[in-house]
Design a protein. Structure first.
Length: 242
């Protein structure tokens, strides 16, 4: 009887050590994509009567992945996304004369995220590495990458809901993301060529900066990697896979 009691006690001790642990920090990784409206916002172009913004034709998307480190309900995430964007201007009175910009970039997002009650909120900077920029108008398509800065910075705000899973091992998330470029995207060469429209009369009342903006839907599929935990008895912390 005594041996059985000792065996039960030993099993209970092992159970408590393994399962009675406190998570210190946990990690997850995921795949994500976003799609929405993109544009190159310039106040002078917006105010110009000779040019119209064709926002309905300005679309963009991104695909990539994320890695995050989480503490309870809050955490730090890094998203790396391959982005494609498009912006369309139309000269007033000339509906067939569109000025299209198509670009690609690698976007890096170091974000603070808070997730609670099956929802999440995120905020942070964006660093965008421009790959290429083409302009298409009545004269054809031209590479105008040199007219735009290779590295651009922005601010990001997002929020959404957890649709699938909630235990850290797997989750599916759907949300909204807003992005605004902080610095002037046009380079010194672009200013000389009246970018982004390349129409000389746009800046008659003074030069205005150009900022990339994005608003769209973002979706994530996340998988838990593991977590550092410390046994309640004060034992040394260790990494445990999900």
């Amino acid at each position: 009887m005594r041996k059985k009691s000792l065996l039960v006690f030993a099993l209970l001790s092992i159970f408590t050590t393994v399962f009675g642990q406190k998570k210190i920090v946990w990690f997850d990784a995921g795949l994500k994509g976003q799609v929405g409206n993109s544009s190159l916002f310039n106040q002078a172009v917006f105010d110009a009567k000779s040019v119209n913004y064709e926002l309905g034709l300005s679309s963009g998307y991104s695909i990539g992945g994320k890695l995050s480190m989480n503490f309870s309900y809050s955490g730090l995430a890094i998203d790396v996304m391959y982005a494609k964007g498009k912006n369309t201007f139309t000269e007033s009175g000339q509906p067939n004369n569109n000025i299209d910009h198509n670009w690609s970039a690698i976007d890096v997002y170091p974000l603070f995220r808070n997730a609670r009650n099956l929802g999440y909120f995120e905020i942070g900077p964006k660093i965008s590495f421009l790959g290429n920029m083409d302009r298409t108008d009545a004269q054809g398509t031209v590479d105008v990458t040199s007219e735009f800065n290779k590295i651009n910075y922005g601010a990001v705000l997002g929020f959404g809901v957890n649709l699938i899973g909630s235990d850290g091992a797997f989750s599916g998330i759907l949300g909204l993301r807003l992005e605004y470029g902080i610095n002037d995207m046009v380079s010194s060469a672009g200013k000389t060529n009246f970018a982004p429209t390349n129409l000389g009369n746009i800046y008659d009342e003074g030069y205005k900066t150009t900022h990339p903006v994005f608003a769209g839907i973002v979706a994530e599929l996340n998988w838990g990697i593991g977590y550092f935990a410390r046994a309640k008895c004060g034992a040394r912390s260790k990494f445990i896979m999900f």
